[in-house]
Design a protein around this ligand. Sequence first.
Ligand code: 13P
Ligand code: SF4
Length: 366
Amino acid sequence: MPCVQCLLPMQPLERAPLQLKDQLKDHTLPVDQIPDHCPVPLSESRKQELIEEITAQLTARDAVLIAHYYVAGEIQDLAEATGGFVSDSLEMARFGKRHNASTLIVAGVRFMGETAKILSPEKRVFMPTLKAECSLDLGCPPDEFEAFCDEHPDRTVVVYANTSARVKARSDWVVTSSVALPIVEHLHARGEKILWAPDRHLGRYIQLKTGADMMLWRGACVVHDEFKTKGLLDLKKLYPEAGVLVHPESPEDVIALADAVGSTSGILKAATELPHNTFIVATDKGMFHKLKQKNPHKRFIEAPTAGDGATCKSCAHCPWMAMNRLQVLADTLASATQMIANEIHVNPEVGQRAMVPLNRMLDFRV
Ligand code: 13P
Ligand code: SF4
């Protein structure tokens, strides 16, 4: 399996002892708490109207649109067409920090808006809707997490960016999936023991790659947790020439079948640089928009999930990312009440503490 950073073959995954904290409760989000998300498609003419309205509002508000790869393709295109940005969660954070617009509109999920606000407290940060959550963030309640950290004062606290401001504020390091591996390698080389939260699969992957002593919180992404080995092996039989690209929030046995494992930007890079013409992709289906744009001659196939799209939980599309729709964005920008309702606020004292581990991540040089 090549590393998505250098694309050279990596050592096979070594078995390492599991260190899930046994007495810790399983924080995987129950299925009844996952919202439905089947948007009604818009006509082309309505899309155009909304795009024009949003573009005018962005200019009037001195605002820049920053979108994640998982949101609707038309929002990604609009971000790029209006001088904004589309990327993974790490580069969204960097872009928002260095851009000189007074207002940031973050199309993604709430932790992304909060990260932008923490890094740029002087800017106003809005989202199309603050209902856009993340199962990892929801599965790591700050009070419980702080108590867990207090029980393990000897461990360096490393948290995934998919967490609340308070959880970040309690951490020593924040990481995204783009930089988690080199940062944990660095900490391990310094002899530090790690307390990791909240994604158990990403934590497990990093533990296997680095050999670090990691205690893992038991959270999961409801989208990536659904990818299944059996379906993937069956699909591989149909497309034996296909490369397999996997986001490391997926289960360990799915990761083991990958030709490349990486963050959303890592997956994009691997799709472009690996020689395969066909790929099976285990990540949110929003990713396919940019994968196809960048690689028009390659074929991308969705990796199978538990329900093969039969239920909202198993459709390989994040229910909260799906809330970022053109209509919702246009409605928010057009209404003073909606803008007030969808502004990101972070307690300044919490924000100041969370800024330290976030900047540590941004300043880390691989
Ligand atoms: P990336 O950091 O790879 O963009 O991932 C964010 C995320 O939420 C994936 O589910
Ligand atoms: Fe969170 Fe998963 Fe959605 Fe990413 S895809 S925002 S990890 S629920």
